[in-house]
Design a protein around this ligand. Structure first.
Ligand code: AMP
Ligand code: MG
Length: 326
């Protein structure tokens, strides 16, 4: 695909416009984080509800301090895991417009490792707000062509190839009593616990009546294809189904399983990977769900992966969000 030029994207950003940029997780819709009107444009283009905060992307600790207050634990984590797919929730600075954080007193900050995104951050010289480059509730794009299909050629898109991880960053809250993972991602809970030497909670904390939600966007069902998805707790359950028809579509973990299923079922079969490696499954996750939509079947059948370690927790989290039925 012939995307926009690097210079064109930088100039558009500095002029208060939106551009799509590659990151190592998924493609993002970027704008100047400190410009309220530019941020409004992102919410409008994505049709994102205004109570769903954006992640601010920074080059380094210095840019992070322009929008957030960093405590010693945050600095340790940044030194170890940045640049990379770790988003930290921190107290926000007043200079950051309230629409970025959907009115919350906290801000989500991360430093992406994708070389093109980093060049843009360096040239622009200030933080960029960048939610995933999909219309609200659709699957996140992991290559430039998918962004083009969503938003058309009016939007400048910097083509950085296929995303390395394919699922969104790990979101770690550092503003509550104990650190807690609000969204599992490529950096696993165990890795963070080992590094910090303390227990990390996972899941959204319960909020008291009248208190704002800790992470508004995460309560919504999203990351979903158009076709209904039924989720099973293991793949054997799908293998045992007897009433499937040609209106059904099964997504197997890897190519090796396809002949076995096809020999005994009229359902269409796709797979998430060639190798069965969790990293490859994550990289192909959204593109495979999009491909499944293409066949316009009545129901997509997928199963949680065994295990919860590494990136598997993130894959299973997204499969749960994609499913409407279980
Ligand atoms: P994305 O759509 O991938 O950009 O992810 C944004 C998500 O990060 C939001 O839907 C929230 O769940 C989470 N997030 C962003 N800012 C905050 C914040 N200040 N506090 C808690 N969660 C946040
Ligand atoms: Mg998103």
């Amino acid at each position: 695909m012939r995307g926009a030029s690097l210079r064109g994207c930088i100039d558009a950003l500095l002029g208060g416009d939106i551009v799509a940029l590659p990151t190592e997780t998924v493609y993002g819709l970027a704008c100047l984080a400190l410009e309220e009107q530019a941020v409004d444009k992102v919410f409008q283009l994505k049709k994102r509800p205004s109570d769903n905060p954006l992640i601010v992307h920074v080059l380094d600790l210095d840019q992070a301090q322009m929008v957030a207050v960093l405590n010693p634990i945050a600095k340790l984590l940044c030194n170890e895991f940045w640049p990379g797919p770790l988003t930290l929730i921190l107290p926000k600075r007043d200079e950051l417009p309230g629409n970025v954080t959907a009115g919350l007193e906290t801000v989500a900050v991360r430093s992406p490792s994708h070389a093109l995104f980093r060049t843009v951050l360096k040239e622009v010289g200030q933080p960029l707000a960048a939610p995933s480059a999909n219309p609200h509730s659709k699957l996140s794009p992991t290559n430039a062509k998918e962004v083009l299909e969503f938003f058309g050629s009016e939007l400048p898109i910097l083509d950085g190839g296929k995303c390395t991880f394919g699922v969104e960053s790990t979101v770690l809250d550092l503003t509550s009593e104990k650190p807690s993972i609000l969204r599992p991602g490529p950096i696993a809970k165990d890795t963070l616990e080992e590094f910090l030497g303390i227990e990390i909670l996972s899941g959204l904390p319960r909020t008291k009546k009248g208190e704002p939600q800790k992470s508004p966007g995460l309560s919504l069902k999203h990351y979903a294809p158009e076709t209904s998805v039924r989720l099973y707790s293991c793949f054997d359950e799908i293998l045992g189904l007897e009433d499937l028809t040609s209106d059904d579509l099964i997504i197997a973990p890897h190519d090796g399983m396809i002949p076995l299923i096809q020999s005994s079922s009229p359902a269409k079969v796709l797979s998430f990977s060639k190798t069965d490696e969790p990293e490859e499954i994550a990289r192909n996750l959204y593109a495979t769900l999009r491909a499944a939509d293409f066949f316009e079947k009545k129901l997509i059948h997928v199963a949680l992966l065994r295990d919860t370690n590494g990136i598997i927790a993130a894959i299973n989290d997204r499969l749960r969000r994609a499913s409407t039925l279980s």
